[in-house]
Design a protein around this ligand. Structure first.
Ligand code: PEP
Ligand code: MN
Length: 369
């Protein structure tokens, strides 16, 4: 088996490209199953708007032990009744090997592994072991709470190594300390990098846990579709204000319907699209960029040699402040984002420092070779 691979992936039936008005690839349902009535009412309302996969958490990984931690195994029969009544597939979160066994025995169709679980390779491996031999089960793996793509990939591989081929990922954002607009930072580039490395792995976007507030869900959903993700994983409750967990971020089924109808589904480019000229221009710009960066690094290394010969410290913060101020101002005047320029200049400076430190730490013998 090759390392860093996902083997024999098979198509997941509800991840075949976003399509309206049937929403085949929208997984929706309450954060938690609370009562049989709440599960039934929500499932029927979601089925009526065209949802095909119903989610509901039974075992809830909550930060505080004094909050609602789910109804546990007794909710399984509510989910199965909802499945029988509506024909929807049923999805729930599993965090232990016992959950896997209970959910599969009951007839749950889709299992997902939550962000806190993905963070822990021991627990993920236990779940993988429990899934061994269950090769037709659909398993979706959420990103870990920390922005660590290797940990996410490792969890996907553990499940795949257990023989699971109907595998998908869920991008739910990454936690950050302090108050922010988003409950979990999207850090889209991590999910895009996962897509680049595993182009056939379906990736769902979870705008509910990313946004943490229902009003952010439409914009995040649109962004996810625009970035080419394969489906949406959204919390919806028949009466969101009364929800026992994540009340602030859940949409009612009718709000969900309105939102899904408002999403714009853009297509991928075709050979007939006339953007080739612009792409060629972009390629030329990138070419120049690399050349200029190379020139800058060469000069920076020359400065490194001078600093070494004259015992000068590598980092001169005044000089960096000056560079930063000048370029951020220039960018702002051109209508570019100051934040973007600050990030670019910081990365360039970091690389210059790394190269100069490297020169300073080389022994004289190497320099003379
Ligand atoms: C959930 O989907 O209900 C959940 C607990 O999500 P996460 O693992 O992303 O926090
Ligand atoms: Mn939730």
């Amino acid at each position: 088996m090759l390392e860093n691979q996902l083997n024999n992936l098979e198509q997941i039936p509800f991840a075949e490209g976003y399509s309206s008005p049937h929403y085949h690839n929208v997984i929706a349902g309450p954060c938690s199953a609370e009562t049989e009535k709440q599960v039934r009412d929500t499932a029927i309302a979601l089925c009526n708007i065209g949802i095909k996969v119903f989610r509901a958490g039974l075992w809830k990984p909550r930060s505080s032990p004094s909050t609602f931690e789910g109804v546990g195994a007794k909710g399984l029969k509510w989910l199965i009744r909802a499945k029988e009544e509506t024909g929807m597939l049923i999805a729930t979160e599993v965090a232990t090997s016992e959950h896997v066994k209970l959910a599969l025995d009951a007839g749950v169709d889709v299992l997902w592994i939550g962000a806190r679980t993905t963070t822990n390779p021991f627990v993920t491996q236990e779940i993988a072991d429990a899934l061994n031999g269950e090769k037709d089960t659909i398993v979706l793996v959420k990103n870990p709470v920390t922005p660590d793509i290797e940990l996410w990939i490792g969890a996907l591989q553990r499940i795949n190594n257990a023989g699971i081929k109907k595998l998908g990922a869920i991008h739910r954002g990454f936690s950050a300390y302090g108050n922010h607009l988003y409950r979990n930072m999207p850090q889209w580039r991590i999910a895009i990098e996962l897509k680049r490395r595993f182009p056939t792995l379906p990736i769902f976007s979870d705008p509910s846990h990313m946004g943490g507030k229902r009003e952010l869900v439409p914009t995040l959903s649109q962004q996810a579709l625009d970035m080419g993700f394969d489906g949406l994983f959204i919390e919806s409750h028949c009466n969101p204000c009364t929800a026992l967990s994540d009340a602030r971020q859940q949409l009612s089924p009718s709000e969900l319907k309105t939102m899904l109808k408002s999403l714009i589904i853009r297509r991928t480019t075709r050979s007939t699209d006339n953007i080739d000229n612009l792409r060629q221009e972009i390629d030329r710009c990138d070419d120049e960029l690399v050349e200029v960066l190379n020139k800058r690094m060469t000069i920076s290394r020359e400065i490194g040699i001078y600093k070494k010969e004259h015992d000068i410290k590598v980092v001169q913060t005044n000089r960096f402040d000056e560079i930063l101020r000048k370029r951020v101002n220039q960018a702002s005047q051109l209508g570019m984002s100051a934040k973007f320029m600050e990030a670019i200049m910081s990365v360039i400076h970091e690389e210059s420092v790394r190269q100069q430190v490297d020169i300073l730490s080389r022994s004289k013998d190497i320099d003379q070779q």
